[in-house]
Ligand binder design. Structure first.
Ligand SMILES: C[S@@+](CC[C@H](N)C(=O)[O-])C[C@H]1O[C@@H](n2cnc3c(N)ncnc32)[C@H](O)[C@@H]1O
Length: 281
């Protein structure tokens, strides 16, 4: 990884990098997230008729399932391409929801507005997480709930390690993700840190559920490649300097590894542990 890539991985990526992957995210990542979204919404007690704010929604990670449950949803994200896709899903399904472009460190929303506020894989990865969490608490009604869904222990993030080993098989000098200073994505991978950050943001009765996992099923190297590149700008930045031939070789290696993992029988399954923290204002 170059110094510049290392710095971006540490500081977070600009809005353009998220806009650039909005279509891939919507097609390859979002469809597999509905079970874990429902787990978060259930833990926070979202019910029909509640007002719900989804922060850093992407193409609708929490906002769409919440609207399908009958909540009145505002979904915000700083990337216009993500919000465009969210609003297209809302229109296609005729849901009671609206998407708006908004920076999560400065929500343009009045105090005490929402029954429940949540963020899945969004506020997890922003550079000033304490401030973004305080914003989520500020716009939630007294007595309302705030929740954050984030990745747990990076050592158990199977798809990521699989991807890195396939890249190393083709480019042996590939360094992968720095282990001494993990990316912002893992800043609350320790459930105790997440509990403390939610408490410091002004929440009470904070609990962190560690029983849920993200689970993806993949049939081909191309599918895992698309999931990795479409889910976050980091993998794309790591392979940005590779030639087309190297990329094709990596996808071929992934194909073989996936066939072996599934014992040539159906899709290979990859899991990653989650922390779902919930508190009351
Ligand atoms: C990994 S995606 C998660 C999307 C969605 N919440 C989900 O569960 O699939 C992270 C999202 O956070 C958004 N994001 C990153 N930084 C942000 C910021 N400072 N303000 C608002 N949105 C941000 C990105 O544009 C992206 O849509």
């Amino acid at each position: 990884m170059t110094d510049m890539q290392h710095e971006t991985t540490r500081q977070g990526f600009p809005v353009e990098a998220w806009d650039a992957i909005a279509a891939l995210y919507d097609e390859h990542v979002a469809p597999g997230e509905s079970d874990l979204a429902l787990a978060g919404l259930r833990l926070a007690g979202v019910r029909k008729g509640d007002t719900f704010l989804d922060v850093a929604t992407g193409p609708g990670g929490l906002g769409l399932p919440a609207a399908r449950l009958g909540a009145k949803v505002l979904a915000v994200d700083w990337a216009p391409g993500m919000i465009e896709r969210f609003n297209a899903h809302v229109a296609a399904e005729g849901l009671d929801a609206e998407g708006r472009v908004m920076e999560c460190h400065r929500l343009d929303i009045a105090d005490d507005t929402y029954d429940v506020t949540g963020s899945q894989f969004g506020v997890m990865l922003v550079p000033d997480q304490a401030r973004a969490l305080r914003e989520m608490v500020r716009v939630t009604k007294p007595g309302g709930r705030v929740f954050l869904t984030a990745y747990g222990n990076p050592d158990e993030f199977e798809a990521l390690h699989f991807f890195v080993s396939a890249v190393r098989a083709v480019v042996p000098e590939f360094e992968g993700i720095p282990e001494d200073e993990p990316p912002l994505e893992f800043q609350v991978s320790d459930p105790e840190v997440l509990r403390r950050r939610l408490t410091d943001a002004g929440l009470k009765d904070v609990t962190v559920d560690t029983s849920h996992h993200e689970r993806i099923e993949v049939l081909s190297g191309q599918q895992l490649w698309d999931w990795c590149i479409g889910g976050n700008p980091i993998p794309g930045a790591l392979v940005a300097d590779f030639t087309d031939e190297q990329r094709e070789d990596i996808i071929r290696v992934l194909d073989g590894m996936i066939r072996e993992r599934s014992a040539h029988n159906g899709p290979a399954v990859f899991t990653a542990p989650l922390n779902i923290g919930v508190g009351t204002k």
